[in-house]
Ligand binder design. Structure first.
Ligand code: HEC
Length: 454
């Protein structure tokens, strides 16, 4: 096990998820979708010559500048942020994923470098490449091709974390990568990227400026692109939901609305329907070249697509509980194969960092460590999904029984890993935590229990 680290108040899920969703909006919406259309826009502009050339160049440059700045700055920062957050808060899962998918990750890194070079080259040499227009268009298409390759590589890995398929049987990389949800999820992501990319493009095209003629002209192809991508997205999502086991997909409403309002699933379906209708309305306005309507609709459409990307990722992350990787690793980062060993021999004796850092640990510290190893990836002790609220009103004995049945109590909680003595120590700690007789703090690498002596 790795030295434990907790994200106070927010918890691991919210920290990793918030950064990841921002990254997906940028990577999928801007880098893949929006910039993916650049070559097509340049191709479209070829139809217009004469006086309009300068105006087209100005508009295309505006699109390119926005895309380049956002991807190379915010995209790269949040991308590195994914590695920081998962490395600190979910180190075993990260290590496991890097081992199973070593070569796809390595390839993805190379592809990413090529993408960045291509976009910087385009940006730096855009005006100069005007003389070799076809070369410029080819470079933009090559960039789009590499972005799709990136999406393919990453979706294979992310898909595995939801549907590991036959991999736990044969443990072959090919089986893991081409898992059951790989293709439908890839198609959904590409279509969603196109939806987001064309909405962002329409938002920029609608911004006031001197080049009103060309902005009107280009609204139509972006409107068509938006409509086509919506038409692909809907069946792709249906296919994706069909491939993922029912055991997971039935929780999609809960994942978005949380327990409070999951009783009213109509809110979920209605929200998605309204978002879809706004996007369709924007596409229709763009096809009709109504720039004023496009300007007004692009703002709610942008909010809708950002919300949809967040929902897409949230559902994927949430519904797969109690697993981080089905058939391989629990959400608590305990390998399924290890669990029975922990049940027999206990978890703490082999916990390297615990043994090194707390040679004279008391029962509080042991309980804090067991809570941390089993529950802290989803529960905090002061903020989101607060464990103190969850255990309130329960007795210590009741908690001990509960710890034997966490997976039966709430279907997305993993079973407790540890022997019966450790279960008792954890129940004692949770009880005292609920009573506020003991507290927990994260000090860089160590979780320290504070409070009344045992
Ligand atoms: C995979 C994430 C995850 C892990 C790991 C996890 N929980 Fe939970 N737990 C949840 C969620 C989600 C809920 C339900 C929240 C809700 O209903 O809104 C929950 C609810 C609970 C509840 C209240 C259940 C009820 O019906 O009253 C208790 C008690 C609880 N957890 C204890 C624990 C303990 C103890 C551990 C560690 C041994 C643990 N959980 C590990 C996600 C998790």
């Amino acid at each position: 096990l790795f030295p434990p680290f907790r994200a106070s108040y927010l918890g691991a899920g919210a920290v990793i998820g918030t950064n990841a969703v921002i990254h997906m909006v940028i990577a999928q919406g801007v880098a893949l979708g929006f910039l993916g259309f650049l070559g097509l826009a340049d191709l479209y502009a070829l139809r217009y010559g004469g006086n309009a050339v300068a105006e087209w160049e100005r508009l295309l440059k505006r699109l390119l500048t926005f895309g380049t700045v956002v991807t190379t700055v915010a995209g790269a920062v949040t991308g590195a942020g994914i590695w920081f957050t998962i490395g600190a808060l979910s180190p075993r899962a990260t290590a496991s994923m890097l081992r199973i998918f070593f070569w796809p990750w390595f390839a993805e890194w190379l592809v990413f470098v090529v993408e960045v070079v291509a976009i910087l080259l385009l940006y730096g040499a855009w005006d100069w490449l005007f003389r070799w227009r076809w070369l410029r268009i080819a470079l933009a298409f090559a960039y789009a091709g590499y972005s799709v390759l990136s999406a393919i590589l990453i979706t294979g890995i992310i898909g595995f974390m939801l549907t590991s398929g036959k991999w736990p049987g044969d443990e072959r990389l090919v089986t893991a990568f081409f898992n059951p949800s790989f293709l439908p999820q890839l198609l959904s992501r590409l279509a969603l990227a196109g939806v987001a990319g064309s909405i962002i493009a329409l938002g920029i095209v609608a911004l006031p400026g001197p080049d009103a003629q060309v902005r009107r002209a280009i609204a139509r192809p972006f409107g068509a692109a938006l409509l086509i991508c919506i038409a692909v997205l809907i069946p792709a999502l249906a296919w994706y939901l069909l491939v993922v086991p029912d055991f997971y997909t039935t929780r999609k409403v809960f994942a978005v609305l949380t327990q409070h309002s999951a009783q009213r699933p109509s809110v979920f379906y209605l929200g998605n329907l309204v978002a879809g209708l706004i996007a369709v309305a924007l596409a229709v306005a763009a096809l009709a070249r109504r720039t004023r309507a496009v300007a007004w609709l692009s703002i709610p459409a942008l909010l809708a697509v950002v919300g949809f990307i967040a929902e897409f990722e949230r559902i994927r992350e949430f519904i797969r509980g109690p697993y981080l990787m089905p058939g391989h690793m629990y959400a608590s980062e305990v390998l399924m194969a290890e669990r029975f060993l922990f049940e027999k021999q206990g978890m703490l004796p082999d916990d390297y960092w615990y043994q090194r850092l707390h040679p004279n640990a008391d029962l509080n510290q042991a309980g804090a460590q067991l809570f941390n190893n089993n529950c802290a990836i989803c529960h905090t002790a002061e903020g989101i999904n607060d464990i103190r609220k969850r255990v309130a009103g329960r007795t210590q004995d009741g908690l001990e029984v509960l710890l034997d049945r966490t997976h039966e109590l709430v279907s997305f909680m993993p079973p407790f890993s540890g022997d019966s003595l450790e279960r008792r120590v954890t129940a004692r700690f949770l009880y005292r935590l609920g009573q506020r007789r003991v507290d927990m703090q994260s000090h860089s690498r160590v979780v320290v229990a504070k409070g009344a002596p045992p």
